[in-house]
Design a binder for this molecule. Structure first.
Ligand SMILES: [Zn+2]
Length: 122
């Protein structure tokens, strides 16, 4: 099994890898539930852009704590980036091998309300 997950946006402009994560997070906050993202959080160095890092567009909500980035060509949500710190997370829904998603442990995070993990699967 590879120790990284290769990801790319729909049109291939943006590609990145993430180190195989302990788990990924599915969050139900107003942004994440709309984006349908599965986030692999990034201790420094685990999210590596291989192409197109400067080709994304950032969207920032009112709290200005983080920016959601998407490919400016195809619209796929690639990652979020902290504004007040260097935290970020890659969206592994963009995995080149969709079977990867079945092998990931998923933490379901209640970002809409309690800010706690409400269940773990996988
Ligand atoms: Zn694209």
């Amino acid at each position: 099994m590879s120790d990284t997950i290769s990801c790319s946006c729909l049109c291939g402009t943006v590609t990145f890898t993430v180190t195989w994560p302990d788990h990924v997070t599915s969050c139900n906050c107003s942004a994440c539930r709309r984006y349908m993202a599965l986030w692999a959080y990034d201790p420094p160095g685990t999210l590596t852009f291989t192409k197109g890092e400067g080709e994304t567009v950032a969207f920032t909500r009112g709290d200005h704590e983080l920016a959601f980035h998407h490919c400016q060509t195809c619209g796929a949500v690639t990652h979020w980036q902290g504004i007040v710190n260097d935290r970020r997370a890659g969206n592994v829904r963009l995995a080149d091998d969709p079977d990867v998603l079945d092998r990931l442990r998923v933490h379901y995070f209640d970002g809409a309300d309690s800010w706690t993990t409400i269940r773990i699967e996988g």
